[in-house]
Design a protein around this ligand. Structure first.
Ligand code: BGC
Length: 755
């Protein structure tokens, strides 16, 4: 931006908005980014607003009608809270409401907002993470589909249901890269890989926001949590992050950039600090990188009380100081804490927060409301009739089944125990996740419930020609043994031809504030598995999990293992589709399953060392643990099908501006299969060390029994760039190794090229 443009903007925007920019670190870095002008409507509103009304617009209130349980417990008190909130709205002191659970009450709130002095409509937000009423697989599970267009379709369906039922805004997608499986919120993201994570981030944004934000069935996306929330020390939630800027930019920021490039107009600050600065007070991140460098024009919302928590982080003296630090860093909208409403008017009146920073934040909030069409029709997404019509439609239910089926990953299938025959065999279904309306939706859904989902036993019975051949035995609860449970399970196993063992984590063992130190099957269930295995019957393990797990003993040694995550509405039917061979497994791990919790954080795209453990045998003075291989038990990208897939005949053709890599993929099996063909590259020598392998492309192909297909990928020099020490992406000429392979640690077929 030249100085002439700057002066014109200064005139139009108000001089101190530009003053903020002129003195910003972004400018000092030589970064430039023009800011779009607020509309005439927005500017004229801001000109008429009082300080209190402005602070109100920057306040996102937790819905007084968020908890049905509270309302049932004490209806009078619940009503009083709703009345108080409506009064606040009527006074123009609330900009938006989140996680409300009643469209009628939201309509009443919107009516109150329109009756306020300036009649500015509210924005309604909520956590619509993986479906609204029709619940799709948890995001980590869905990432296993390696099919961004599927993620786009489920996000679209969620937006259609949520938008009719009163929501303008979802606090999703979570795009945090997660490489430490102890972190409970791994379940909400797309796993460990930058490329897959970025593709899915963009796809989900497109799905939520639809063709135009103005459309009544579009909802605003909010990629979160900005930034590096998935990198907390020891996988502990909210924990500090200390990392190089290079790592941050190479690994943790790209999915956000992809989401913003796809049009996301909001983001949420992360709870954690990065290198001593909590994200809610991180001006370099929120203003420098996000605004000045990337040109983000949407709004930044705090996480729940994240601004207030600056006190406990130890950088704000009190609430007032916390509000000042957060707004000055670039947090526009304060979620839950109420400290903007309480302190911003005084902070601005005393000159501690410039009026123009306040106005800038208000302009962003109002502009987003305008882009959502809320000024034209504040009730466009509060449409009871439409909600009834579009919720839980057969198309959404079918999509839930498709998505769930595509999320399942088959880790092993010895002696082709799977698929099971639909008739003629007695099946003992054993384990805490066998039946009942629990642990189906996953750790975090505001609206969908387990009661609305199909459980495993129901799905299996529906698929069997003779459902009486199925017995169901709980055997153990998730973390506590059941009296006589093991004995009953062993007896059932002895009676059966095959055992299906449904084991794993209940849904409060992942999600927010649910990190685990030992990512293993809880002990009572492991004991159950050992006892059942001792019967000698073939065992199919169905894992219920919100993260990568470490598998041991009878679980690891089962004849077949399927990863089934939390699959949502159609759980039972989708698992049955795979178990009985109606669909061939096609999911691939979006996170590596390590051999031992001590390997964490474990991810395939790690750096080499000067002493890599190159041999499978123990070699002294190499990078490995004592008595433990340094590989994954099941690496990123792994997943089997009912086919028998072979990789052959690699062809690597390099030209001036890039390379084409092709391989022949064949299905030598007797059943059709879907294969996810993956292209990995290692940059052998560069000015900075590079990962041992990095996913550069992937393609899902259908192969008939006995069929084959030549798959080729093209990489341009831009795809092979590295980030240099100055954080600039550039291509460095050299030698590159390349693999076309079925996982990040499989050999597949490989070659090399120079460019
Ligand atoms: C979570 C956010 C979520 C917010 C509102 C917070 O605790 O970190 O991801 O959007 O609550 O429910």
């Amino acid at each position: 931006m030249n100085s002439c443009t700057l002066q014109r903007r200064a005139f139009l925007l108000g001089s101190s908005m530009v003053a903020v920019w002129m003195s910003s670190p972004g400018r000092a870095f030589g970064l430039t980014k023009p800011v779009s002008l607020p509309s005439e409507r927005v500017r004229s509103l801001i000109a008429r607003m009082t300080l209190e009304e402005k602070a109100g617009q920057l306040t996102l209130a937790f819905a007084a009608y968020a908890g049905a349980a509270v309302a049932a417990h004490n209806p009078a008190q619940a009503q009083m809270q709703v009345d108080n909130q409506r009064e606040q709205v009527r006074g123009g002191l609330v900009g938006g409401i989140f996680n409300g659970r009643s469209i009628e009450t939201s309509r009443a709130m919107q009516t109150a907002a329109l009756a306020s002095r300036l009649g500015i409509p509210l924005i309604f937000g909520a956590d619509v993470i993986h479906g609204y009423r029709t619940i799709f697989p948890v995001p980590l599970g869905e990432a296993a589909s390696f099919e961004p267009s599927l993620c786009e379709r489920t996000a679209r369906a969620a937006a259609i249901e949520a938008s009719a039922d009163g929501l303008d805004w979802t606090f999703a997608p979570m795009v945090d890269i997660a490489r430490d499986a102890r972190w409970g919120r791994s379940v909400e993201g797309s796993g460990e890989d930058v490329l897959l994570g970025s593709d899915i981030a963009a796809a989900r944004v497109r799905g939520f926001q639809g063709r135009s934000l103005r459309d009544a069935d579009a909802i605003l996306a909010c990629p979160k949590h900005f930034a590096a929330y998935g990198a907390g020390e020891s996988g502990l939630d909210y924990n500090a992050v200390d990392m190089s800027e290079l790592r941050l930019r190479e690994t943790y920021l790209p999915p956000f950039k992809a989401a913003f490039d796809a049009g996301a107009l909001s983001t949420m600050a992360a709870f954690n600090e990065i290198n001593g600065v909590p994200c809610h007070a991180n001006r370099w991140l929120l203003d420098g990188v996000l605004r000045k460098e990337w040109g983000f024009e949407g709004l930044v919302v705090s996480d729940f009380n994240g601004d207030l928590e600056l006190i406990k982080h130890g950088i704000a003296r009190d609430e007032r100081d916390a509000a000042r630090l957060a707004i000055m860093a670039g947090v526009d909208l304060s979620m839950a804490s109420g400290i903007y409403l309480k302190h911003l008017p005084d902070l601005v009146a005393k000159g501690e927060v410039p009026t123009d920073r306040l106005d800038q934040a208000v302009a962003r909030v109002l502009t987003v409301k305008e882009r959502l069409g809320l000024f034209d029709d504040p009730f466009r997404r509060l449409d009871l009739q439409r909600a009834k019509k579009v919720t839980g439609t057969p198309a959404h239910v079918a999509l839930a089944r498709e998505a769930a089926s595509k999320s399942i990953v088959m880790l092993k299938n010895e002696g082709t125990v799977l698929p099971l025959p639909r008739s003629g065999k007695k099946i003992a279904l054993i384990g805490p996740f066998s039946e009942g309306p629990h642990d189906l939706v996953g750790p975090w859904t505001v609206f969908g419930t387990d009661q609305e989902c199909v459980d495993l036993a129901t799905g299996m019975r529906a698929a069997m020609s003779d459902p009486t051949l199925l017995t169901v035995t709980q055997g153990s609860s998730t973390t506590i043994p059941l009296d006589g449970g093991i004995e009953a399970a062993v007896a059932a196993a002895k009676e059966a031809d095959v055992v299906v063992l449904a084991l794993g984590e209940h849904q409060r063992m992942s999600g927010e504030a649910s990190s685990r130190g030992q990512i293993v099957i809880p002990e009572p269930q492991q004991r159950l598995a050992e006892a059942v295995a001792a019967t000698g019957k073939p065992i199919v393990v169905l894992l219920k999990n919100g993260r990568a797990l470490v598998l041991e003993g009878a679980v690891a040694e089962a004849s077949a293992i399927l990863v089934t995550w939390f699959l949502g509405a159609q759980t039972g039917h989708a698992i049955a589709d795979i178990l009985f061979g109606k669909a061939s497994p096609s999911g691939r791990l979006p996170v590596s399953f390590p051999r031992d919790p001590g390997q964490l954080p474990y991810y395939y795209a790690h750096k080499p060392t000067g002493r890599p453990a190159e041999s499978k045998r123990y070699t002294p003075f190499t990078t490995r643990f004592i008595g433990l291989s340094n590989t994954a038990l099941y690496p990123f990208g792994h997943g089997l099908t009912y086919g028998d897939i072979a990789y052959e005949d690699i062809a690597v053709i390099s030209a001036n501006d890039g390379v084409t890599v092709g391989a022949l993929i064949s299905n030598r099996g007797a059943r059709a299969a879907t294969e996810v063909v993956q292209l990995y590259v290692q940059i052998v020598t560069a000015s900075l060390t590079q990962p041992v392998r990095e996913l550069k492309a992937y393609r899902k192909i259908e192969l008939a029994a006995g069929g084959s297909q030549r798959v080729s990928f093209q990489l341009r020099k831009a795809d092979l760039e590295i980030m240099d020490a100055d954080h600039t992406r550039r291509f460095e000429a050299g030698t590159f190794k390349v693999w076309v392979a079925p996982s990040a640690e499989a050999d597949g077929v490989s070659g090399s090229f120079k460019l």
